[in-house]
Design a protein around this ligand. Structure first.
Ligand SMILES: CCCCCCCCCCCCC[C@@H](O)CC(=O)SCCNC(=O)CCNC(=O)[C@H](O)C(C)(C)COP(=O)(O)OP(=O)(O)OC[C@H]1O[C@@H](n2cnc3c(N)ncnc32)[C@H](O)[C@@H]1OP(=O)(O)O
Ligand SMILES: NC(=O)c1ccc[n+]([C@@H]2O[C@H](COP(=O)([O-])OP(=O)(O)OC[C@H]3O[C@@H](n4cnc5c(N)ncnc54)[C@H](O)[C@@H]3O)[C@@H](O)[C@H]2O)c1
Length: 268
């Protein structure tokens, strides 16, 4: 079994690790042998994830076991820089796998959306990925290490969704940021990919009114469990360029976005 642990020597940083998808991704990475640095705005939720991984549920900066929990707001520049410093101090190396799951919704129709709801969603979902990608890539480049960065976008970033102009814009931005970062980071041996999950049963969807969930566009998509969407073979096959129907979305799976420059598909 040990020989099958594909990530045995990897250190993985997961943001939003206290949430539905982030926790499932952390469990999956640990199952593949990775040491996991679980980060979340909600420090207690991050520690719970580490406890589930079998780690000591360590406090920030405490001597680390196989896994460790960190509290940080990914939308804050200083917090993200401190996060990467703490992770490297704890594990004596930069994370070679980074999965950016931290994200929020502040749904409202554009006609009534407040500037604050726009700003906050863009700050967390898009600027947060800018800050984490930049800090993680800088750490890898300065240490001469290769790495793999996976940014969680959403199918909504490709096709839009009523009540989510802020969220859709942020997720579309994640796609463009990822495709550009993939071009820039490739020369440093760092891969950068985005994953566009469909509808996943996590706390994020709890605010969706039932009458909306009953609509065909939602009900036609079987609500996936996070644990399924984070398992490589549960993700839909990476769409070929001509795929216009996002078959993975139709089946409620996750959709992998092929990076134009290197043709590399997402992999954790
Ligand atoms: C290739 C396939 C294309 C299909 C694309 C669609 C993708 C849908 C699946 C998304 C999966 C990924 C989601 C993932 O990224 C995680 C999330 O983002 S979960 C949160 C998703 N949020 C929403 O879908 C917004 C839901 N709507 C609301 O929260 C509220 O409606 C709100 C926008 C806050 C407005 O509330 P308000 O009380 O002012 O209005 P109503 O709720 O009464 O709504 C008025 C009418 O609009 C209809 N409505 C509202 N939202 C949607 C929607 N998303 N899709 C369709 N119709 C919507 C609502 O049913 C009302 O209709 P009616 O007047 O007939 O009752
Ligand atoms: N659930 C879905 O249907 C779905 C579909 C497509 C994409 N996504 C995306 O997947 C990612 C994970 O979503 P989820 O469904 O697990 O949601 P979730 O609400 O269960 O988890 C999100 C986590 O991010 C954390 N977080 C929020 N703001 C933060 C910040 N500023 N700094 C650090 N952490 C922060 C929250 O505390 C929470 O633990 C999000 O980016 C979301 O947009 C979700």
């Amino acid at each position: 079994m040990a020989s099958q642990l594909r990530l045995r020597s990897a250190l993985a940083l997961v943001t939003g690790a206290g949430g539905g998808i982030g926790r499932a991704v952390s469990v999956r990475l640990a199952a593949e042998g990775a040491a996991v640095a679980a980060c979340d705005l909600d420090g207690a939720a991050a520690r719970e994830t580490v406890r589930l991984l079998g780690g000591p549920g360590s406090e920030e900066g405490a001597p680390c076991g196989a896994h460790a929990a960190f509290q940080a707001d990914v939308s804050e520049t200083r917090a993200v820089r401190r996060l990467l410093e703490q992770v490297q101090a704890c594990f004596s190396r930069p994370p070679s796998v980074v999965v950016s799951c931290a994200g929020i919704t502040r749904d409202e129709f554009l006609l009534h959306m407040s500037e604050d709801d726009w700003d906050r969603v863009i700050a967390v979902n898009l600027k947060g990925i800018f800050l984490v990608n930049q800090a993680a890539a800088q750490a890898l480049v300065s240490s001469g290490c290769p790495g793999s960065i996976i940014n969680i976008s959403s199918i909504v970033g490709k096709v839009g969704n009523m009540g989510q102009t802020n969220y859709a814009a942020s997720k579309a931005g994640v796609i463009g940021l990822t495709q550009t970062a993939a071009r820039e980071f490739g020369r440093h041996g760092i891969r950068c990919n985005s994953v566009l999950p469909g509808f996943i049963k996590t706390p994020m969807i709890q605010k969706v009114p039932q009458k909306v969930l009953d609509k065909e566009v939602f009900s036609c998509n079987c609500l996936k469990d996070p644990g399924l969407c984070s398992h490589p073979h549960h993700s839909a096959r990476p769409p070929a360029a001509e795929d216009s129907e996002f078959p993975g979305y139709k089946r409620g799976g996750s959709v992998w976005l092929r990076n134009a420059e290197y043709g590399r598909q997402g992999c954790l």
